[in-house]
Design a protein around this ligand. Structure first.
Ligand code: SAM
Length: 262
């Protein structure tokens, strides 16, 4: 029986061209690499061919993690962590310029992405993030202001990351075949952040509150974030706007203001 757990979002990549296209997005040689959810190692094997200095594999599935551990037992530069990435502290790897790959499990890919965004250090300990998402989610992450995909995720993502390249991956490239198309996005951390938000959870909270009803003007919900007298302290904050009509900078200013106010 072919082994695949739906609950862990196990759709394994089988298309060799796509695997190469993903690993060719970045120079791997002599770099420290992390892979989230290596599964049956299809991407992993191609990463190894490109000679990383070290490779850390984080796999939640006990069975698959054990197979990986046995397979790479003799290679001291490859470490397998049988852990849930959501509970894994990447700081413990003690590396500064990681490349992080992940063909993410669909069911928790936005949680994994937000966890990476919330890493506190800046500049972060990664130089490249190469992640695969379900197409619709990826488009939400990329959504520019004034596009239909603009929203909480794109506001969070644009605060810290630049997306440098993307391509779609057909469901036929996987086994078992998912019902959806996927998208690979290559992100790089922004060199300079234009606002100082220490705790991204603040920004997350603000976007969650204001986007809780996309069609509604923000005048009611804003009271959950700001005192009445503080509204005028945020430039261009028009209370008759809908959340999607506010530029990302206004969300960043709000988060910055709330942190200073504490
Ligand atoms: N990288 C492989 C590939 O491209 O064929 C597998 C990709 S599959 C879409 C997602 C992988 O993530 C599975 O191996 C699954 O067991 C693993 N996974 C699911 N949830 C996880 C979690 N919370 N932490 C780490 N790995 C997880």
């Amino acid at each position: 029986m072919k082994y695949a757990k739906k609950s862990l979002g196990q759709n394994f990549l089988v298309d060799k061209n796509i695997i190469k296209k993903i690993t060719n997005l970045v120079e791997i040689k002599n770099k420290d690499v992390v892979e989230i959810g290596p599964g049956k190692a299809s991407l992993t094997n191609e990463i190894i061919k490109n000679k990383p200095r070290t490779l850390s594999l984080i796999e939640k599935d006990n069975n698959l993690a054990e197979k990986l551990r046995l397979r790479f037992l003799k290679n001291k530069d490859i470490k397998v962590f049988n852990q849930d990435f959501l509970n894994f502290d990447i700081k413990n790897l003690n590396k500064k310029k990681l490349i992080i790959f992940g063909n993410l499990p669909y069911n928790i890919s936005s949680q994994i992405f937000v966890k990476i965004l919330k890493f506190k250090n800046w500049p972060p300990n990664y130089t490249d993030l190469i992640l695969m998402f379900q197409k619709e989610l990826g488009e939400k992450i990329l959504g520019k202001f004034q596009s239909k995909n603009y929203g909480r995720l794109s506001i969070l993502s644009h605060y810290k990351l630049l997306s440098v390249k993307k391509f779609f991956v057909s469901a036929n490239c996987f086994f078992p075949k998912p019902k959806v198309t996927s998208i690979v996005i290559h992100f790089k951390p922004k060199k300079q952040l234009s606002f100082k938000i220490r705790d991204l959870a603040k920004l997350e909270r603000i976007t969650n509150i204001l986007f809780s009803n996309k069609r509604k003007m923000i005048n009611k919900n804003i009271s959950k974030i700001l005192k009445k007298e503080d509204v005028k302290k945020i430039d261009n904050l028009n209370l008759n706007s809908r959340p999607e009509e506010l530029k990302p900078d206004i969300y960043y200013k709000l988060a910055e203001f709330i942190e200073k106010d504490k």
